[in-house]
Design a protein around this ligand. Structure first.
Ligand code: ADP
Ligand code: MG
Length: 256
């Protein structure tokens, strides 16, 4: 599944939040989106999972215009885990995860054995089997996030859009999630704060600042001391680690 965005512009009132942004995610590629708070990452991702309509620009999935697809059609291909994980109604954790199957159903379809098996597997993978019958509203922040991730997994998407989806997860769940996505060869577009995690998992990274895409490339090309300083105003030391030459960043305190 290949995603292609061109010339995306979004505004809130008269404030332009995303300016002429373009990016591509190739089939099975893990692409990161980094940049400071308020740079427009969430806004851009929302246009992909259709929580927001761009003012201008084109969004294509395998060459097809996403905006002209039915919501059901795009939801069977694109799953998203957003930054906010609140739900307005009371559902059990199992019910929330089961909602991920809805793009495949008509209104009066009952849940199949396959649906239940997928849900059980996802709950177990995310350590939520014991919480399956508990109200979603009673979960901790990290558990809520894991339930929403489970819902996205049972959706069996071809493209996964993650907006800092791992920020409430402990390191073991972060690694399990990213490795599962890699294993399944899903196309992934993920806004990430942790630059070392981005270095570890991303095939390519786009850098956003002030609503624009400022740079893109492999982690080695993008995550340089100069770029990190230019984008975040922070000093760092970047080393190429052993044995795989992976980028390894340590941050220096303000005085260095
Ligand atoms: P990021 O995800 O990179 O932190 P966002 O896309 O959330 O950035 O925000 C980009 C800009 O748009 C910010 O200036 C933010 O204040 C503004 N913004 C985001 N969401 C809204 C909204 N719902 N209404 C008005 N302004 C918004
Ligand atoms: Mg954001």
């Amino acid at each position: 599944m290949r995603l292609e965005l061109k010339g995306i512009c979004c505004s809130y009132g008269d404030q332009e939040a995303v300016k002429d942004a373009g990016l591509e995610v190739g089939d099975g590629e893990f692409v990161g989106l980094i940049g400071p708070n308020g740079s427009g990452k969430s806004t851009l991702l929302k246009t992909v999972y259709r929580a927001l309509k761009p003012d201008r620009g084109s969004l294509r999935l395998d060459g097809k215009d996403i905006l002209s697809m039915s919501y059901r059609a795009s939801a069977s291909k694109i799953a998203a885990v957003g930054q906010e994980n609140e739900l307005p109604f009371e559902f059990t954790v199992r019910e929330v995860v089961l909602m991920g199957r809805s793009p495949y159903k008509r209104i009066f379809d009952t849940d199949t054995k396959e649906d239940q098996e997928l849900v059980d597997k996802a709950l177990s993978f995310l350590g939520l089997s014991e919480k399956a019958e508990v109200s979603f509203l009673e979960l901790s922040g990290g558990e809520k996030q894991r339930a929403i991730i489970a819902r996205a997994l049972v959706q069996q998407p071809e493209l996964m859009v993650l907006d800092e989806a791992a920020n409430h997860l402990d390191i073991s769940y972060q690694i399990r999630l990213f490795e599962l996505l890699k294993e399944r060869k899903l196309s992934v577009l993920a806004a990430m704060h942790d630059l070392n995690m981005a270095a570890m998992y991303c095939d390519r990274i786009y850098v956003m600042k002030d609503g624009r895409i400022r740079a893109s490339g492999t982690p080695k090309e993008v995550l340089t001391e100069d770029m990190i300083h230019e984008i975040y105003g922070v000093r760092s030391r970047v080393r190429l680690g052993e044995p795989d030459g992976r980028v390894d960043i340590s941050f220096l305190s303000g005085k260095n």
